[in-house]
Design a protein around this ligand. Structure first.
Ligand code: SF4
Length: 299
């Protein structure tokens, strides 16, 4: 049986205390990236470097320690909490595995965390079904923070919430990031959220990164036709000229069976002959602005 690549030839570098956004349509491989970095899944090739250390092939003991330094917050808070476990027990379970706090210290810390999340101490003894979606996500964040990580992958962490609750959770995440000097990989299909939340952004299409830049550069002068089309579809955040709306035709290909050449070529409004034949390589077009598109060569 052959190997199916959900993500291919990917290279991103996230600095300490940065909020790095990864954006793309559903099914483009964003979640695979997050889960692979956290070693939920194995790499077929390549390396993962965390705090100057190669963690690609670490043993089970080291991996357990790493799991406390690197946490994940999921899209659906109700699915990530055990329905039969009280909130306090659920958080404490992670602490028992990954920290050396004793029983009373754990309880004290959990209550303090619940308060920090905007919850009440009495939520300790509640079950997930007794909480709203926003409260459940606050518990999810508390559980991730309980093991004192420095890096958190947020996988569509606010996408399942109502808009007003989403704003509250984003504000909470921003305050926590600032106060605890956390580093986030923020995965989302929602460009408006990425715009407000992230300082650096990578755009992904069909299993590959096609453009990386800081937020202002990406939103003011997107260079990849896919990024341009994504931004133009949301006029309130697109900082491009009026009338530059690009409507993409065709279907998003599966990353497991991408088109030859540039993966975007069947839908690209700037496609040339070379695009069908050769896959463009990632090139730094300006300091910190990386692009994978043959348009660079044409210039
Ligand atoms: Fe479009 Fe060609 Fe650039 Fe791909 S390489 S995005 S097809 S112009």
């Amino acid at each position: 049986m052959g190997t199916i690549k959900a993500v291919d030839d990917l290279s991103i570098s996230i600095k300490e205390s940065q909020i790095f956004g990864l954006v793309g349509e559903s099914g483009c491989g964003k979640s695979t990236v997050g889960r692979t970095i956290l070693r939920f899944w194995e790499l077929t090739s390549g390396r993962i470097i965390f705090k100057n250390r190669d963690i690609t092939d670490v043993d089970k003991k080291s991996l357990k320690k790493l799991k406390s330094e690197m946490q994940m917050i999921f899209q659906d808070p109700s699915a990530s909490l055990n329905p039969r476990m009280r909130i306090g027990t659920s958080i404490e379970r992670a602490m028992k595995i990954h920290t050396s706090y004793n029983g009373s210290d754990r309880r004290e810390k959990i209550v303090a965390l619940l308060k920090k999340m905007g919850l009440q101490p009495e939520h300790y003894n509640r079950y997930p079904h007794e909480l709203s979606g926003g409260q459940q996500q606050r518990v999810g964040i508390a559980r991730a923070l309980a093991v004192e990580p420095s890096f958190i992958v947020l996988d569509e962490a606010t996408s399942a919430l109502d808009v007003s609750v989403q704003a509250q959770i984003l504000n909470l995440l921003k305050v926590l990031q600032r106060d605890l000097k956390l580093t986030y990989l923020f995965i989302s299909h929602n460009l408006s959220v990425i715009d407000h939340f992230c300082s650096h952004i990578a755009v992904m299409y069909a299993g590959k990164i096609v453009e990386i830049a800081d937020r202002d550069t990406l939103f003011k002068s997107p260079k990849h036709p896919y990024t341009q089309s994504l931004l133009s579809s949301i006029p309130e955040i697109g900082r491009q000229k009026e009338g530059s709306r690009v409507v993409l035709k065709g279907e998003v290909p599966s990353p497991e069976n991408p088109p030859a050449g540039c993966r975007f070529h069947p839908r690209c409004f700037k496609m040339s002959g070379k695009c069908k034949l050769e896959e463009p390589q990632m090139i730094e077009v300006e300091k910190g602005h990386l692009l994978a598109c043959h348009l660079v060569d044409l210039k």
